[in-house]
Design a protein around this ligand. Structure first.
Ligand code: TYD
Length: 216
């Protein structure tokens, strides 16, 4: 089931991974990529913030979020995304690829919404970005996420992750009403969550070239 959008002649599939920090998005992105590759699909994995020039500036925000105004912060995320859409996402979709993207515009809606921007306004300011075919919204208690970051990853929490507003971020994620959003219970084992992801994603891929071509 592939929905052409009115924005371009999209032939591929855009799968995005969303949720609060530490819910296992990146792990699940990698597992899904390996699985789809093993079926013979052509998969592109990518993430936001990107590794491009705006993404690198955004990483400075992690330690010093207070040095930027809210509008500067939002502009960095929007500029990063615009570049990502133009240089990678749209061309790959037009080539019929399956894209797995770790965070996308719903993160802007939730995280920048949590610092005061209007939700509808944020959706509007992201309207240049093609809608995903599915947004997997990883849901786990915030404490689980914090614990996974500090004990599992051995990291300290960055300015986004320790923010009091994470509660609000989670609320906004849950409140966004878009048909492509699919909640994923992110508690349980990595394998259990992977199976939940696979069962949501496979129905989107019927009709795509992939498995049969790979066997030639
Ligand atoms: P994260 O996916 O955790 O990046 P990394 O893999 O580099 O650790 O994203 C970093 C933070 O950026 C995360 O806490 C959420 C925040 N963020 C926004 O506030 N707005 C956005 O539009 C995006 C994409 C991320």
């Amino acid at each position: 089931m592939i929905h052409p959008t009115n924005k371009d002649e999209k032939k591929g599939v855009l799968i995005v991974f969303e949720g609060t920090d530490g819910t296992g998005k990146s792990t699940q992105q990698k597992l899904l990529a390996d699985y789809l590759n093993s079926l013979g699909h052509q998969v592109v994995t990518t993430r936001e913030p990107t590794d491009g020039p705006f993404g690198q500036k955004i990483r400075n925000l992690y330690v010093n979020r207070g040095n930027y105004t809210a509008e500067d912060e939002l502009s960095l995320f929007l500029n990063d995304r615009r570049e990502h859409v133009e240089t990678l996402l749209t061309p790959a979709l037009n080539e019929g690829k399956i894209i797995l993207c770790d965070r996308y515009f719903l993160s802007t809606v939730a995280y920048q919404g949590a610092i005061g921007f209007d939700i509808e306004d944020l959706l509007q300011r992201n309207s240049f970005a093609p809608d995903p075919d599915i947004a997997l919204l990883f849901q786990a208690p915030l404490e689980t996420g914090r614990h996974r970051i500090t004990s599992g990853r051995g990291d300290t929490l960055n300015d986004f992750e320790k923010s009091e507003s994470l509660v609000r971020v989670a609320e906004i994620f849950r409140s966004i009403n878009r048909s492509y959003i699919q909640p994923v219970d992110a508690t349980g084992s990595i394998e259990e969550v992977h199976q939940r992801v696979v069962s949501l994603v496979l129905p989107l891929l019927s009709g795509l070239p992939g498995p049969s071509l790979a066997q030639e």
